[in-house]
Structures are given as C-alpha cells and as structure tokens.
Design a protein around this ligand. Structure first.
Ligand code: DQA
Length: 158
C-alpha cells in the first residue's frame, strides 16, 4: 500500500512565507513526520511538490496503478483548478484535501474549493498537524479497503 503526498504552489516556501499564518515549520520537517507515521503503519509514502498545475495533474495521473491513496494540498489551485479536480476524478483513488490554515476563516475566495467535492474528505486549520490528521484518515481508508479486498477474495470460489 502506498500513499502519494502532493504539495501545490508556494508550499516549498513553508518556514519562510507568512509565518503568522503557516508557522515556522519547513515542508521537509512535515514530510519527515509523515514518513515516520507511514513507517509505523507499514505503508509506503512518496512526496511531490510543484508550483506548476500541469505537473500536479501529471503526478495525479501517475498514481494510477502505483498509489492507493493521495493526500493533496493543492494550495492556491484549490480555489481555481478544474484540471486538478478532473485528474482526481479520473484516477478514482481515495484523496484527502489538506490545508494548514483554516481557509474558511480567511479571504472569501479561499472558502471555495473546487477540489473538495471529488475527495474523500478535507482537513483544514490545524497547522502542520493537518497533515498528521490526513495520514490517520488515509491509513483508516486503506485499512478498510484492504479488509474489503480480503473479504472479497475469501468469497471467490477456489
Ligand atoms: C493553503 C491555503 C490556500 O488558500 C493557499 O493558497 C495556500 C496554502 C493552506 O495550506 O492553508 O497556499 O492551501
């Protein structure tokens, strides 16, 4: 089982950008925490960050047949990208949208997500801990999927 983490534009600037909103933690540190949790849960994890919409679409498409879950912070593309939404819908892999800040408590344009309706769920507003919550949710989804697959295999005639 593998989780693909996808980080959108400007998240490579964490620790530098708007620390009053996003805090001092760097993206590498967030990823190190996620990796530790994945290892504990016996799950493979891969990280990808891009500032380019098309590269994010490519990465989502590459998940087909490779990853069983996606955790994505589409950053500003959350509010604009039909292409990322369509890619998530196309691959049909359980996806959790994740935000560091509470997008609903900020500028009005941030309270609309084009991505959330095609996701299993959305987590926002817990700082970097949002990613940990997304991991817990995703591990739960993957365990349920695995249990369903095992049950289906047991029902098949030998
Ligand atoms: C963000 C929220 C977005 O509105 C913003 O454009 C970001 C970061 C968050 O994690 O809080 O770049 O996705």
């Amino acid at each position: 089982m593998k989780i693909q983490v996808i980080q959108g534009p400007n998240l490579n600037m964490l620790g530098v950008r708007e620390q009053n909103i996003y805090g001092p933690m760097k993206l590498e540190d967030i990823h190190a925490q996620m990796k530790a949790y994945a290892q504990q849960s016996n799950i493979e994890i891969d990280f990808f960050q891009s500032n380019l919409e098309g590269e994010i679409v490519d990465k989502i498409q590459e998940c087909l047949g490779d990853a069983q879950g996606i955790i994505i912070n589409p950053a500003a593309y959350t509010h604009t990208s039909i292409a990322i939404r369509d890619a998530i819908k196309a691959v049909s892999i359980p996806t959790i949208e994740t935000h560091i800040s509470n997008v609903y408590a900020r500028e009005e344009f941030r309270s609309k997500s084009l991505i959330a309706p095609v996701c299993a769920g959305q987590i926002a507003g817990f700082g970097p801990f949002s990613y940990h919550m997304a991991m817990v949710g995703m591990v739960q989804i993957l365990q349920e999927l695995q249990a369903m697959q095992t049950a289906q295999n047991e029902q098949k005639p030998a």
